[in-house]
Design a binder for this molecule. Structure first.
Ligand SMILES: Cc1cc2nc3c(=O)[nH]c(=O)nc-3n(C[C@H](O)[C@H](O)[C@H](O)COP(=O)(O)OP(=O)(O)OC[C@H]3O[C@@H](n4cnc5c(N)ncnc54)[C@H](O)[C@@H]3O)c2cc1C
Length: 485
């Protein structure tokens, strides 16, 4: 095998591209980005369904070190985000570092050499530092419904949208009413002949204050960069202030729930439909969704909300527990992602042959969501407990990127073979996170992808993003065991 690369990054979404840009800016050019697909973008490459868009305003859902003044809308649509990421990769000369069509299957740490040996679908390579940027929401989750494989019509997951299949006039079943479904239901309802939306749990849906930016606004932001920075800061502060209701004062959510249910009543006149759309859990416990047209779409003629649980799928349609079959031409699975799998299905083996899935048998955990004891020189982006309910994931990624840059600089500056976070440091962090979770809205008695099957909170950060930024400001050498080269 040829000599090891300085840094290998897995994944070319926001995390991988941002990490590569910042490494290059810090003078680390010996880096390779491995991407299993044939294009950058991650989430925003895969989720091309009609209506796909971000729930965080564009000026905040972008890198602080790569501002874009001419966002066309307040909330960016999928294509515009994807274009932004492509432009970032090109402008910062990251694209030549990316090896597309390279899926990482396995990585094994060679403790003596201080090197990660990486096996991909396109060959083998090695690295001093390995950074995983494979995302939390990149593996579509299909429901375990009896007969799913027998359906003879068209079936696809929202993250694998089949644009060659024309839904015009078709009878369509939508399974799930989560963040993706509420975005694609309105545009599909306009085209479909009939639509049955199968709901297991009603979401809280609040208005999305979206609008295009006027030409004069874009010109102003372009000409006065300080104004753009101010605009971003204002959006950040307004989102950050809402975090209080998620992590400190969940009772504030009850007031917001009342307002949301009033809006529901204004938009849905039919009593039975309205009743079916009232969530049966406290607001915020599951992801709060944003839409200006979801409720209206459900009131269209030819659209039916089905709350009876699905019993099975047949070659011709979907059967509910009451024995009724809805015959359909297509089934669209808006059933979300396998969020808790983190680095799986990759096999990552650290010191003493410890495999990551084995280390995580009690649940995924990492110090600051970034480093895992026993896995030296491995860093995670968007790892356990770094997701948010109320602010931009890009802000969190930037905090992680800065921390990892600090680790890479320390390894280089001190000529270290590797650094490995101390187990007791990780344990104390994880205990603190789980303890703080008790006061949050996610602990108010609902099940969601935020928790694992044991009820541990593995996805979200239980605090303000500014606190996370502070905690990740720079690595503390006392937190690590080190081996000199
Ligand atoms: C539909 C949808 C809407 C969202 N909306 C919001 C929002 O409004 N606000 C918000 O803050 N966040 C949102 N998110 C979360 C979003 O995932 C993050 O904001 C961000 O895009 C994560 O970037 P990432 O680079 O960490 O992961 P991803 O974008 O998932 O990228 C991971 C990349 O790694 C690659 N990869 C994975 N495994 C391997 C492997 N073994 N080998 C090689 N390559 C691999 C994948 O192909 C992919 O390109 C949304 C997510 C989804 C799915």
């Amino acid at each position: 095998m040829s000599s090891p690369h300085g840094v290998v990054i897995i994944g070319a979404g926001f995390g991988g591209i941002g990490m590569a840009i910042r490494l290059k800016q810090e003078g680390v050019h010996d880096l390779v980005v491995l991407e299993k697909a044939d294009e950058v973008g991650g989430t925003w490459r895969d989720n091309t369904y009609p209506g796909a868009a971000c729930d965080v305003p564009s000026h905040l859902y972008s890198f602080s070190f790569a501002p874009k003044s001419d966002w066309t809308r307040r909330f960016p649509a999928q294509q515009e985000i994807l274009r932004y990421l492509r432009d970032c990769a090109d402008a910062h000369r990251v694209t030549p570092h990316i090896r597309f069509g390279s899926e990482v299957l396995e990585a094994v740490f060679d403790e003596d050499a201080g090197v990660w040996r990486i096996r991909t679908t396109a060959g083998e390579l090695s690295a001093r530092v390995l950074i995983s940027a494979c995302g939390q929401l990149s593996r579509p989750s299909m429901p375990a419904i009896e007969g799913l494989g027998t359906f003879a019509g068209k079936g696809f997951h929202s993250a694998r949208w089949d644009h060659d299949y024309d839904l015009t006039g078709k009878r369509v079943a939508v399974i799930g009413t989560g963040a993706s479904a509420i975005q694609f239901v309105p545009p599909v309802a306009e085209r479909a002949g009939r639509m049955h939306v199968f709901q297991r749990s009603a979401p809280y849906v609040i208005d999305k204050p979206d609008r295009p930016y006027a030409e004069w606004e874009r010109a102003l932001l372009r000409r006065v960069p300080a104004l753009q920075a101010l605009h971003r800061a204002k959006i950040y502060l307004s989102y950050e202030s809402r975090i209080a209701a998620f992590v400190k004062y969940p009772q504030l959510m009850d007031r917001a729930a009342k307002v949301t249910l009033r809006r529901l009543a204004e938009q849905v006149a039919d009593r039975d439909l309205r009743r079916a759309l009232i969530p049966d859990y406290p607001m915020g416990c599951k992801r709060i969704l944003l839409s200006g047209d979801y409720y209206r779409a459900l009131t269209r003629p030819g659209v039916e909300l089905v709350t009876d649980p699905i019993e099975r799928i047949t070659p011709t349609g979907v059967v509910t527990r009451d024995g009724k079959e809805r015959t359909v031409d297509a089934i669209i699975y808006g059933t979300g992602f396998d969020a808790g799998a983190f680095l799986a299905p990759m096999r990552i083996t650290g010191r003493d042959g410890l495999e990551l899935n084995e280390a995580w048998r009690e649940g995924a955990q990492a110090y600051l969501g970034i480093t895992v004891s026993g896995f030296p020189n491995l860093f995670l982006l968007y790892g356990p407990n770094t997701n948010l309910g109320g602010n931009s994931v890009i802000f969190m990624l930037e905090s992680q990127i800065r921390y990892i840059l600090g680790c890479v600089a320390a390894i280089r500056r001190h000529g270290l073979a590797w650094i490995d976070v101390r187990p007791e440091v990780q344990r104390a962090f994880v205990e603190d996170v789980q303890e703080r979770m008790r006061a949050t809205v996610w602990n108010r008695g609902c099940s969601s992808w935020y928790t694992d099957e044991r009820g541990r909170h593995v996805a979200n950060w239980p605090g303000f993003t500014v606190a996370y930024r502070r905690a990740t400001r720079r690595p503390d050498p006392r937190d690590f065991q080190v081996r000199t080269a």
